[in-house]
Each structure stands twice: as C-alpha cells, then as structure tokens.
Design a protein around this ligand. Structure first.
Ligand SMILES: Cc1cc2nc3c(=O)[nH]c(=O)nc-3n(C[C@H](O)[C@H](O)[C@H](O)COP(=O)(O)OP(=O)(O)OC[C@H]3O[C@@H](n4cnc5c(N)ncnc54)[C@H](O)[C@@H]3O)c2cc1C
Length: 381
C-alpha cells in the first residue's frame, strides 16, 4: 500500500510526485513506456512562467519573434522586446522532471501499463500489466496523470473531452531559428500549423479536426520545400473541454487526463503544472487529515477551476469563433491586425497562457475586429 500512486510518468504526474514525496509520503509512478520522454508528442513551446516554475534547464531557445501566416497575404510578424516564449527540448524536460522526482524519493516503475482501477476497503487498487504479467498495487490516493486518452478517466466513470484534436509533427533535418504559424482551411482546418526549432532540426506540425492530418502535413512540407528532409513523424492527441468532475473517492485526474489544456493553442504544460501544484497540495492535506473522500478532494477541483477554468472557457469560445472563419475572413483578420498600433499591443501584452486578456486591448485599438466575433462576442468578456 503506497500513500500515492501516480499513473503516467509525464511531466504533470512527475510534478505531483515530486511534491508528495517531498512531504514524506510514499509515492510511486507507473509508466507504460520503458523510457521517460519517449515517444515525444509535443512542440515544446511554453511561456516563461513554465521555465520559472520548474527551474528547467531543458530549453533550446527563448523566442521574441513569431510570424503568423494567413491563407493568402502578408504575414503578421511580431517582434517583442522580451522573451515571450521558450522552446523546450521536450524529451530532456520529461527526463529532468523524472530525475527531480527520484531525488525526492519517488519510485518510478517503467513498462507498467495500467488497465483498470477499483475501490477496496482500505483504498484504491490499480491493475497493470508488466512484462506480460497481470499485477496490482494499492494506494490511499490514485492520480490519473496518464495523458489525453487516460485509462483512469475512461475506466472510472468520468466524462471525456468535448473535442479531441489530432496532432501530427515531422522532424526535419534543417535548422531554423524562428516560430511560424500557418492558418487556413487547406493547411489545418479548425486549428493551425507551425514550424519551430528543435534540438535536431525543425519541427513542422499541425493539429486539425478532419482526420486528414497526414495529407495536410504532406502538403505543408512540400510548400516549405522540406518534403525530402523528413527524419521522423510524431503523432498525438489534444483533449479539449472543461470536465465537470476531476475527483472521486481516493482518485484525482490531472494534466491532459483532466483536459487542463488551452483550447486555442492546445498547450497543456502551463495549465497542467498549475493544476499539479494544487493537486499535490490537496493530496498532502488529505493524507494529513486521513480523509481521501471525494468530498475532501473536491477542494482540488474547485481550486484548479478557479485558477485556470475561466481561461479554458474563454478559449473554448474563441475557438468557436475561430472555427467559423473562412479563409477570406482569416486573410481579412490578419490584415486588420497587421497595423503598427495593433502589432504594438500584441507585442507588449501578448501572453500565450492567457490569450483572452488580449481581447479587450486589441478590440479597443481595432474595433473593426468585433465583426469577426459575431454572436459569440458576449462569451469573451
Ligand atoms: C502535436 C502536439 C503538440 C503539442 N505542443 C505543445 C506545446 O508546444 N506546448 C505545450 O504546452 N503543450 C503542447 N502539447 C500538449 C502537451 O504535450 C501536453 O499538454 C502535456 O504533455 C501534458 O502532460 P501530461 O503529463 O498530462 O501528459 P503526457 O505528457 O501525455 O504524459 C502521460 C504519460 O502517461 C503515460 N501513460 C498513458 N497511459 C498509460 C497507462 N495506461 N499506464 C501507464 N502509463 C500511461 C504515457 O506514456 C505518458 O508518459 C502538444 C500536444 C501535441 C499532441
């Protein structure tokens, strides 16, 4: 019987594990893969907050400049004075998070694929497969940090994401320095495409909601002239929505498993880390008071919703608006933003963790933009 069993050895599960072990609780992480950080499914773009919160050294580059390309027309080039984002070496970051956890006393069991969880008289039991053998482990608190397709979420009666986006990336053997975003029905319907630096070259990726990711990526790579430079592909999913419930008796969901993801960008590292800290704090208090009931653990659900729930809801609204825009409207939108005055607002106030905070100052500078929000405008404020 462990105090805390964490399912999933990604960065968010490791963040929770680091803190519960530091507080003296016997903590184990079960990870289905044999190597932490592999397979890599992320572009690694994060705000400076993530670097500060984790103290990570696993970043490749700080970014001040980004270009947003409309389907047709001049790109919107933003050039901030300070670093507005960092690009992480995601494999290295995951390993760094795991190493910190081990230093604090966390046990990590690799090659353990969790298949189910059920309650017994003294806690929760987790069933998993390891080298072909069926095994079980018990914990006073179980944390489902097992990513977008969370087994814990699916097998224990929680709701699932409202939308699932398919993300696809190609690693290209060609070095680039800048971040580029591409918009358009033909490029990434319902979302966007990107290319950005990676330690071994450049990552070109996109998410889309039409199930045609490979075809779109292929086209984009041809357009960029990089179709002969592909080293490897990475695929992953992005869960979007706002779950009504993320706890049960002795059970908590965190990170992508809890859909703690920014709906406009698909980024989940900042939001997941914020929730992980609240999750760990709640676990510590629940073990101190010997109360792991759903009633007690609800404080976690309420607290993470208070911290990031409103931004997630606003992001879902903005995504609804975004999805209604035709290519012509996207061209129009980017050209309306592409004035010195609006660019200055975007460069000074742009915040990839809280994009909704830009809505008011940008609309004040360019009221013409209101026409793009149409019937959704009320949801933004
Ligand atoms: C294409 C793409 C690009 C992205 N780019 C960015 C970005 O630039 N910036 C950003 O902030 N976010 C980005 N994200 C999102 C980001 O990757 C996630 O939000 C983040 O990884 C969430 O961390 P996590 O620890 O919750 O889940 P994960 O990182 O998914 O970790 C979950 C872990 O659980 C393990 N696991 C799963 N099932 C089981 C099981 N049954 N038993 C045991 N272990 C299991 C997995 O192997 C994995 O190690 C991107 C996602 C995709 C798909």
């Amino acid at each position: 019987m462990y105090d805390v069993v964490i399912v999933g050895g990604g960065p968010i599960g490791m963040r929770v594990a680091q803190q519960s072990a530091k507080a003296g609780y016997d903590t184990v992480v079960l990870e289905e893969h044999n190597i932490i950080g592999t397979p890599m499914q992320c572009a690694g773009l994060v705000s400076p907050r993530v670097v500060e919160m984790t103290g990570t050294k696993s970043w490749i580059k700080g970014a001040k400049k980004a270009a947003i390309h409309p389907p047709d027309g001049e790109p919107l080039v933003l050039n901030a004075e300070e670093h507005r984002a960092y690009i992480l070496d995601r494999k290295k970051f995951d390993r760094e998070m795991a190493e910190k956890a081990v230093k604090r006393g966390v046990k990590i069991k690799l090659g353990c694929r969790v298949t189910a969880s059920y309650k017994d008289d003294i806690g929760r039991v987790i069933s998993f497969k390891n080298q072909g053998n069926e095994r079980e482990i018990s914990g006073k608190v179980i944390v489902g940090a097992d990513g977008p397709n969370s087994v814990i979420r699916r097998k224990t009666g929680f709701d699932g994401p409202a939308y699932i986006m398919a993300g696809l990336q190609a690693l290209i053997g060609y070095e680039t320095e800048e971040i580029h975003i591409y918009l358009g029905e033909d490029i990434a319907p319902g979302f966007f495409a990107w290319h950005m630096p990676h330690p071994e070259g450049t990552l070109v990726g996109l998410a889309s909601d039409d199930g045609e990711g490979f075809r779109h990526l292929d086209k984009l790579l041809k357009k960029l002239g990089w179709d002969s430079k592909i080293i490897s592909y990475y695929a992953g999913t992005i869960p979007l929505g706002r779950l009504k419930r993320t706890v049960d008796d002795g059970l908590m969901l965190v990170g992508d498993a809890a859909c703690q993801v920014k709906p406009l960008s698909g980024g989940g590292l900042y939001t997941g880390l914020i929730a992980a800290d609240i999750c760990a704090q709640t676990i510590i208090e629940s073990l101190e008071q010997d109360d792991t009931s759903s009633e007690f653990l609800k404080t976690y659900h309420k607290a993470w919703q208070a911290e990031i729930g409103s931004e997630i809801s606003k992001g879902l609204w903005m995504r609804k608006i975004f999805k209604t825009l035709t290519d012509q409207q996207l061209n129009d939108l980017i050209s309306t933003l592409n004035t010195p005055k609006v660019r200055k607002v975007l460069e000074e106030k742009g915040d990839i963790d809280f994009p909704s905070t830009l809505a008011k100052p940008v609309l004040k500078t360019a009221p013409k933009l209101l026409k793009f929000a149409g019937p959704f405008v009320k949801g933004l404020f």
